[in-house]
Design a protein around this ligand. Structure first.
Ligand code: DGL
Length: 267
């Protein structure tokens, strides 16, 4: 049975879900978080829906065995492809990243034109288009896959000339099409926010991580399961490949040590 003392589970295909973890721990500092990054099999965004679904069920099963009280599917690709199936398969609340980002984008746009950047699988699924059109059918949505952003982040190259050149090449069309709002529809992209904002200075960037953390806070309050007092909880990290690179890039991004980390096998 879930109690308020149980941890929140967050999973992603790799390191990018730390963007969600950072926001959740900022907004809910007393919650303990168990994070799983499937670093041995990243990227998910180039794989078939069947494979993404299978991987996501393995991640879900692992976190369920850690007695989590709420699951955050931090990966946009999984949220786009198998969120509903995951929700139907477990008895705890499951939150994805697409709806929160779509809602924030619809509130932000004045021109009625929204750009979405994400992995090939996320853009191909049209999940953001459906979520946005369900809120306002007149909004025009432009989806653009930016696959090179993921390895740049995994490598820790989140600023500098290479990141900027890649961002310029991908994003030129978004501004030309008149979008005034851009959803960073991939967990990894908020780590490139400064570079993306430099290239698209007049465009409002929607960070799904922030929006998702707000939903986590609301949902825990609604279920009466938030931990309201106590010290800051350090949390536990699991990865499926060797932890060194995850720790190096993750510590730089989280601005705190990642101490309790373990390599596991998922199957
Ligand atoms: N975490 C994935 C997402 O948000 C990006 C990386 C990948 O392709 O696995 O879509």
């Amino acid at each position: 049975m879930s109690t308020s003392e149980n941890p929140i589970g967050i999973f992603d295909s790799g390191i990018g879900g730390l963007t969600v973890l950072k926001e959740v721990s900022r907004m809910l500092p007393h919650e303990r978080i168990v994070y799983l990054g499937d670093t041995a099999r990243v990227p998910y965004g180039i794989r078939s829906p069947e494979t993404v679904t299978r991987y996501s069920f393995e991640c879900t099963g692992f976190l369920m065995r850690q007695n989590i009280k709420l699951l955050v599917v931090a990966c946009n690709t999984v949220s786009a492809i198998s969120l509903r199936q995951i929700q139907e398969s477990v008895s705890i609340p499951v939150i994805g990243v697409i709806e929160p980002g779509a809602r924030a984008a619809v509130s932000s746009t004045k021109s009625g034109k929204i750009g979405i950047i994400g992995t090939e699988a996320t853009i191909r699924s049209s999940a953001y288009v459906r979520a946005i059109k369900a809120l306002d059918k007149d909004i025009e949505v432009f989806g653009l896959p930016c696959p090179l952003f993921v390895p740049l982040v995994e490598e820790g190259w989140t600023d500098g000339v290479i990141a900027r050149l890649v961002a310029e090449k991908y994003l030129k069309d978004i501004a030309d099409k008149g979008a005034d709002t851009l959803v960073l529809g991939c967990t990894h992209y908020p780590l490139l926010k400064n570079v993306i904002q430099d290239v698209l200075s007049a465009v409002c960037l929607i960070d799904s991580a922030v929006e998702t953390a707000k939903v986590v806070r609301e949902m825990l309050a609604g279920t009466g399961m938030p931990v309201n007092a106590g010290s800051h909880r350090a949390g536990k990290f699991y990865v499926t490949d060797s932890p060194e690179k995850f720790v190096a890039v993750g510590e730089r991004f989280l601005e705190r040590p990642i101490e309790d980390i373990e390599k596991i096998e998922l199957s």
